[in-house]
Design a binder for this molecule. Sequence first.
Ligand SMILES: C[S@@+](CC[C@H](N)C(=O)[O-])C[C@H]1O[C@@H](n2cnc3c(N)ncnc32)[C@H](O)[C@@H]1O
Length: 188
Amino acid sequence: MSHLIQFFKHPIRIASILPSSKSVAKTIAESIDFTIAEHIVELGAGDGPITKILLPYLKPDSKITVIEIDKKLCNDLNKKFQNEIKIGKLEIITGNALELRKYITTADYVINELPTTLLTKQKREQFFTDIKAVTKYACIQLNHSPNAGKQLREHFSDVKAKLVILNFPPAYVYIVRSNATYNSGART
Ligand SMILES: C[S@@+](CC[C@H](N)C(=O)[O-])C[C@H]1O[C@@H](n2cnc3c(N)ncnc32)[C@H](O)[C@@H]1O
């Protein structure tokens, strides 16, 4: 419910009227190798539909760090996941994920759920550069626009897309391997 309320207050920032479905969350979970994932960073977790599915997959001593800009959604996350926060499986940072390197130096996987198609080209390029700099294995990008794939491919050489139709609106999950060549500046 918080997601919908916050959508009406900040439609551009929240970008989708409904939270992601279980199908989206499971598609993201299937893209992660939990046997090697010690630190997962989730950007723009909303009220936590993806966080909730990922948490049970974590091996002991692994954790998720969320960066979410919306204070109300962060309050909800802190309440909803108080047990996981208490035992160190989850950390919630109320902050701007575009300032990623202020908060994160390294992550095994970065899951980006921000509406990046709405960013200016300059901000998007800087954001993708920062994500690549901190990511060890792969970045997983959730988006509702096929344009997101085009933009990612302008930056990275190895981008795979999965379309999830059981979501409103249907969503794309893009997987960018960290050894993908970075193409920044190659196209205008
Ligand atoms: C499309 S919603 C996704 C929410 C949730 N992950 C889901 O799948 O239902 C985008 C989320 O990104 C957050 N967001 C937007 N810009 C942000 C930023 N610069 N830093 C951190 N979070 C941001 C919004 O507040 C919102 O919760």
